[in-house]
Design a protein around this ligand. Structure first.
Ligand code: ARG
Length: 392
């Protein structure tokens, strides 16, 4: 019997390798690490460990597919309760790649290292079940503690460099870095600065960046065209130096559990801030208002791991229609953790200086008088009626 294991190289998934044999009776464990822009060292380390501890290992590059998903996210201003969805949106991309390997390997089951308390189990399994695979989740089924895992790994000659002192659970990819667990589980505890890796407190000099968008997709930084992967990576580096993109928040998991979450995501914050600003220049008031509802639904669908639901394509179709005109540029000022749009331009701008300006007479202001007579009519009537009924 053969099982394909979604493998990060960390403690949980490494412990799964012997567990799948000893507790589940598999003869062959195939590990798969999917590259979605996590630190290259992590991918390399996972590959080394997979090759060492499993029977067979695959490293699959899904950067292209991931960036395509991130473009959808940017167009949707992806935001769930203030979280940029970095882990959420990566899961279906990873799952599809795992399924490809599982099919090619004619595996009897797919295993993952998610616990029974988080969201990732739902996001992964939705895709695995879609392809009819049997799913094994040792971490959920065996109720293991971290301490037990460390001991078990030791006994099986597995060295993953985890100590009891640094017990954070970290999930990192091109879009965001998430830090959970340990002392951070107390929401009243202020995290030490060393939980952050992508961001510092921020330089003393501000910096202005120009970001070009074409149909809602970022294509250039300071007039230099880059592919999506490079562009996001570059913005993570620049934004990180200005302390941009830290989040410390309470989050409602799908199961209803609240969790304290810490995230870093400089590029996400810069791009969404700039993109929203450009949309305000080109989209109509009605479009902007309705798109907010669409975005809220979009974010929830992604957070819940339900992107195979037909609504996902329907929402994207609406969003894509609006993005046809989201072409232009925004300049943002980065300074000590803040991103402030300070200039914007688009050929599709609905702003007409000639009309709005204090200094022109193109619009005959007298036309506004009749409008103003009717504006607020019902409120005035209401106030009058109440006054009359009260008899004063
Ligand atoms: N709460 C986030 C989500 O559900 C991130 C979870 C990240 N996992 C981690 N082990 N740090 O999408």
């Amino acid at each position: 019997m053969k099982v394909v294991l979604s493998y990060s190289g960390g403690l949980d998934t490494s412990v799964c390798i012997p567990l799948l044999k000893e507790k589940y009776g598999f003869d062959e464990v195939v590990t798969v690490t999917v590259d979605i822009g996590q630190p290259e060292d992590d991918v390399k380390r996972a590959e080394e460990r997979g090759k060492k501890y499993a029977d067979k290992h695959f490293t699959v590059n899904a950067r292209k597919e991931y960036v395509e998903m991130l473009f959808k996210l940017i167009k949707a201003n992806g935001d769930y309760e203030g979280y940029v969805l970095g882990t959420s949106i990566a899961r279906p991309v990873i799952a599809e790649k795992i399924v490809e390997v599982a099919k090619a390997e004619k595996a009897d089951a797919i295993a993952h290292g998610c616990t029974g308390k988080g969201n990732d189990q739902l996001r992964f399994e939705n895709i695995f079940y879609q392809y009819g695979f049997r799913v094994i989740a040792p971490m959920r089924e065996l109720n293991l503690t971290r301490e037990w895992e460390i001991e078990y790994a030791k006994q099986h000659g597995i060295d993953v460099g985890v100590t009891k002192e640094k017990p954070y659970s970290i999930d990192e990819n091109l879009w965001s870095r998430s830090v959970e667990g340990g002392k951070l589980e107390d929401p009243s505890y202020i995290p030490p600065n060393d939980i952050y890796k992508w961001t510092v407190d921020g330089k003393d000099e501000p910096e202005i960046l120009k970001i070009d968008f074409e149909k809602g997709i970022p294509v250039a930084i300071n007039d230099e065209r880059m592919d999506g992967f490079e562009l996001i990576k570059t913005l993570n580096e620049i934004g990180g130096k200005h302390g941009v993109g830290r989040t410390d928040m309470m989050e409602d998991r799908v199961l209803g559990l609240k969790a304290r979450e810490n995230y870093e995501h400089p590029a996400a914050t810069i791009l969404i801030t700039a993109h929203r600003d450009l949309e305000k220049l080109v989209l109509s008031r009605r479009e902007l208002k309705f798109k907010k509802f669409v975005e809220e639904e979009w974010a929830e669908v992604v957070y819940y791991g339900l992107i195979n639901d037909p609504i996902f394509d329907a929402l994207n179709a609406f969003i894509d229609k609006t993005q046809e005109r989201v072409t232009g540029w925004v300049k943002v000022r980065l300074f000590k953790g803040s991103v402030l749009p300070v200039a914007r331009y688009s050929d599709y701008s609905l702003y007409v200086e000639e009309l709005t300006s204090f200094d022109t007479t193109t619009v005959d202001q007298k036309f506004a008088e009749g409008f103003s007579r009717f504006h607020g009519l019902q409120g005035r009537l209401y106030k009058e009626i109440i006054k009359k009924l009260k008899g004063d």
